[in-house]
Design a protein around this ligand. Structure first.
Ligand SMILES: *[C@@H]1O[C@H](CO)[C@@H](O)[C@H](O)[C@H]1NC(C)=O
Ligand SMILES: *[C@@H]1O[C@H](CO)[C@@H](O)[C@H](O)[C@H]1NC(C)=O
Ligand SMILES: *[C@@H]1O[C@H](CO)[C@@H](O)[C@H](O)[C@H]1NC(C)=O
Ligand SMILES: *[C@@H]1O[C@H](CO)[C@@H](O)[C@H](O)[C@H]1NC(C)=O
Length: 370
């Protein structure tokens, strides 16, 4: 039988082997933590400056001083949450003041506000004059999901969507209702989209310009959303070299405002087009100028249409879209210089006001009441 002493060197080797294995594994785990699993807190502009290794970001309430902007560029796949409001001081900085630029983000605003202090800029002139207004206020880049946040009182345009991968924006609110006071809020678009593969679902916008404006892109869905007092849900305005295709606008409610559902193509646009837009089960009411307007004469509503940016494949199908307009408004106006195809409007039920005006060019409309 070996003596205890003769076993000790072996035990010591074994122990030292274990001793070195354990720290190695622990070191590896902690490297993984800092490299890929770090939780980072954003509570100031400087604390947001380098989030590239953060896979979890918690934004606490803080105020952004004048002259500064914030970009949330976290690790791909990061979860970003808010536990307080982000408030922007009045500034002469150009927009966007807040940019999200994280691939595959999972952003949850926890129903907190991103507050632009719009009342300190609003003068009824928007981005056409008067005080310089940073715009857009907030920009969504990267890709992923954005939910449960309120963009409050943007100086002018609220949220620009320029994402580069599949993106879902749900339960996001733009509240510029305070800009109704004295008609001071102007050009306060809710969502301006220049991107593809984007779904807006259950968003709410209360503002003084387009609720949603799609400037270019394909494979876009606007669904189950609410627009109050806006200029409605728009494709456009479409400028030269900009095309929009494959859009579904479904089950939205548009209440009040100048326009309900609109396609607006710049009269001078070339190398541009709008195709495959389907309206399904929307409810539009209380519109004061145009319930549905499809026009190639923008910025005129119904003027001399251009002929170099064709529109095709417009449909009201898949469930009734009801449109009711005020006494001095039109139900449906089409002002085409270059339109084509048979447009199935069988699920459009528009009523009220002064009725319709149709200049269809080579398109035909089948079905529907207007
Ligand atoms: C090494 O660390 C991982 C994760 O921290 C743990 O799951 C695993 O059990 C550890 N292995 C050893 C040998 O301790
Ligand atoms: C950002 O932080 C990472 C590590 O967390 C570092 O490797 C990188 O150099 C930093 N970038 C800048 C611009 O400071
Ligand atoms: C047409 O527009 C596309 C972008 O949509 C652009 O890539 C292309 O260069 C334009 N063509 C011309 C002739 O301007
Ligand atoms: C037009 O749409 C209606 C309702 O969605 C549908 O029942 C009908 O078949 C369509 N007509 C044509 C010609 O596609």
């Amino acid at each position: 039988m070996p003596s205890l002493a003769s076993l000790l060197p072996f035990a010591a080797v074994l122990a030292s082997g274990l001793a070195s294995a354990v720290p190695n594994n622990a070191t590896l785990a902690s490297r993984t933590d800092t490299a890929k699993r770090a939780t980072c807190t954003v509570n100031s502009v400087s604390s947001a400056s380098n989030l590239s290794s953060c896979s979890t970001v918690v934004i606490t309430g803080f105020t952004v001083p004048s002259g500064q902007t914030v970009t949330i560029a976290a690790a791909s796949g990061a979860t970003v949450t808010m536990t307080g409001d982000i408030v922007f001081s009045k500034t002469t900085s150009a927009g966007p003041l807040l940019t999200f630029d994280t691939p595959n983000i999972n952003f949850n605003g926890g129903t907190h506000n991103i507050n632009g202090n719009g009342a300190q800029y609003w003068d009824g002139q928007g981005t056409n004059g008067g005080s310089t207004k940073p715009h857009p206020f907030v920009k969504f880049k990267g890709s992923g999901t954005f939910s449960f946040v309120t963009v409050l009182n943007s100086p002018a345009q609220a949220i620009s969507v320029g994402t580069s991968g599949t993106t879902v924006i749900s339960r996001v609110t733009v509240d510029n209702s305070a800009g109704n006071s004295g008609s001071l809020g102007h050009n306060t678009d809710g969502f301006d989209i220049s991107a593809s593969d984007v779904t807006l679902s259950q968003v709410t916008v209360n503002n003084q310009d387009d609720c949603v404006a799609i400037n270019k892109g394909s494979n876009l869905v606007i669904e189950d959303s609410t627009c109050i007092g806006s200029h409605g849900i728009s494709i456009g305005s479409i400028a030269a070299d900009h095309s929009v295709s494959n859009v579904k606008i479904a089950r939205n409610t548009v209440t009040g405002g100048l326009y309900g559902l609109r396609i607006k193509v710049d009269a001078d646009a070339t190398n541009a087009s709008v195709s495959s837009v389907t309206y399904e089960g929307n409810t539009v009411s209380g519109i004061t100028e145009y319930g549905v307007l499809i026009s190639q004469s923008y910025p005129d509503n119904d003027g001399t249409p251009g002929t170099s940016a064709p529109i095709s494949g417009i449909a009201f199908t898949g469930g009734t879209t009801s449109v009711s307009v005020g006494s001095s408004a039109y139900t449906l106006v089409v002002d085409c210089g270059a339109c084509s195809g048979t447009w199935n409007f069988s699920d459009l039920k528009a009523s009220g006001g002064k009725g319709h005006i149709l200049a269809l060019n080579k398109a035909t409309i089948s079905g529907g009441t207007y």
